[in-house]
Design a protein around this ligand. Structure first.
Ligand SMILES: *[C@@H]1O[C@H](CO)[C@@H](O)[C@H](O)[C@H]1NC(C)=O
Length: 204
């Protein structure tokens, strides 16, 4: 290479430092950089002042209106607590701590979504309580708001406990040897069944 070929480059680099201007732009940043008022050399993206966190927070909210510890699906937000609870504790947890209800599930897609959230957020649980219960009077399972289930995903042979198993949980652990307990299926349970976490749901 002829020396004349690199001279403009050397000039540009030296000038960028000495003349206190940027030689050119690289990926949206001045390069090689500028000498700042305090004498430090500025050319690293990490040195840039951060954007106003208020703006970022608002953008985040617009993208995910559910906020921290919640996951959005259609017009609802879902939260799975990592703790093991009885069904009554789960109800209280969703209602009093999360301002929500135990989840009512209305479609296969929603069921798959809840299963996915539960697996990620309650890895130590084997099941999650959903908002369905046996009602003595009408002798059937209803949602907590007394609505009749339009979608159910009972495991084969379930529910079989009725009065004896008035609460309902979704399996989230895959039992390889027990296809009737496959993850995503529902089972009626005693309300203090072990290994069960809460899945809460609210409108956003
Ligand atoms: C339903 O009936 C069972 C058995 O008679 C009883 O133990 C249980 O308390 C009743 N549940 C409600 C919510 O009344």
């Amino acid at each position: 290479m002829k020396i004349a070929g690199v001279l403009p480059v050397i000039f540009l680099v030296l000038c960028a430092i000495e003349c206190n201007v940027s030689a050119f732009w690289f990926r949206g940043k001045p390069f090689p950089g500028k000498i700042q008022n305090d004498g430090s050399f500025f050319n690293d993206v990490r040195d840039e002042p951060e954007e106003d966190p208020g703006i970022l927070e608002n953008i985040e909210k617009a993208v995910d209106p559910c906020g921290d510890v919640w996951t959005k699906f259609e017009e609802y937000c879902y939260h799975v607590g990592a703790k093991i609870m009885t069904e009554e504790q789960a109800q209280q947890y969703c209602d009093q701590e999360m301002d929500a209800n135990l989840a009512k599930i209305n479609s296969k897609e929603e069921n798959n979504f809840v299963l996915d959230v539960a697996k990620r957020h309650a890895p130590s649980a084997k099941k999650v309580w959903i908002g369905m219960k046996w009602e003595n009077k009408s002798r059937n399972y209803y949602w907590y708001d007394n609505s009749v289930p339009t979608f159910t995903n009972w495991a084969p042979g379930e529910p079989n406990g009725k009065v004896k198993e008035p609460c309902v949980a979704m399996y989230i652990e895959q039992y390889e040897m027990l296809p009737v307990m496959a993850a995503g299926y529902w089972n009626d349970e005693v309300c203090d069944a072990p290994h069960t976490a809460a899945v809460c749901k609210r409108l956003y």
